[in-house]
Design a protein around this ligand. Sequence first.
Ligand code: 6PG
Length: 238
Amino acid sequence: MGDRVSPTLLVHEDADSVARRAAGLVLRASMRAADERGEFCLVLSGGSTPQRLLTRLSDEPVEWPRVQVFFGDERCVEPDDPASNYRMAREALLDRVPLREDQVHRIRGEEGPERAATLYEEELAAWPRLDMVLLGLGGDGHTASLFPGGPELDEARRRVVASRSPAPPRERVTLTLPAINASREAMFVVTGETKAARVAEVLAGSDLPAGRVRPTGRLVWLVDRAAAKHVPGEGRLP
Ligand code: 6PG
């Protein structure tokens, strides 16, 4: 693999300014990918942090006909379940922008973890390299559905596997580190003081799952001041 780049840390005042900057960075990446390859493969993260970003992104002048939307992970629930990452993305972004159904690649978690992982691996085969992977950071240092001590962390071949979360919904499907680290860019979007200790730990080089995200492409940590409070120097201001 190519040399690992060191992360770019961007610190903004609050969650809303982080969401605005993140939406701008996604727009810029989409324009670059569309110019260079005619298509932009965007991987959405789950949880609650991305909602603000995705809503902001729906207002950006993205060339949506050139975008393919994927998911970094999913809970094994129905797509209309309140815990579904797809449902969150549909409400915050997908229902607000002009995307054909075949441009949105949902992880079919309702099929169960192993079958959903196999189906998604097959679907991803047509896109060997993803352009931008959005990621969050869990309080235990997990990212996507790659959890501390989970066997999924050691997956070296498959791009999609089943995993188990310590918190419900326990059955998950997730991109693996090989899939994430083969991307052109990975961007963590993290806000709030509750994440500050983990942000500092990961950026200091810990071996937590989030610390193992070292793409051969660009790595960006986009955080608010609260989440950066334990980072020496609090990163480079925008
Ligand atoms: C998920 C996410 C997960 C999330 C972190 C942070 O399915 O839960 O993929 O990795 O990004 O747990 O979640 P919050 O943004 O809700 O803090």
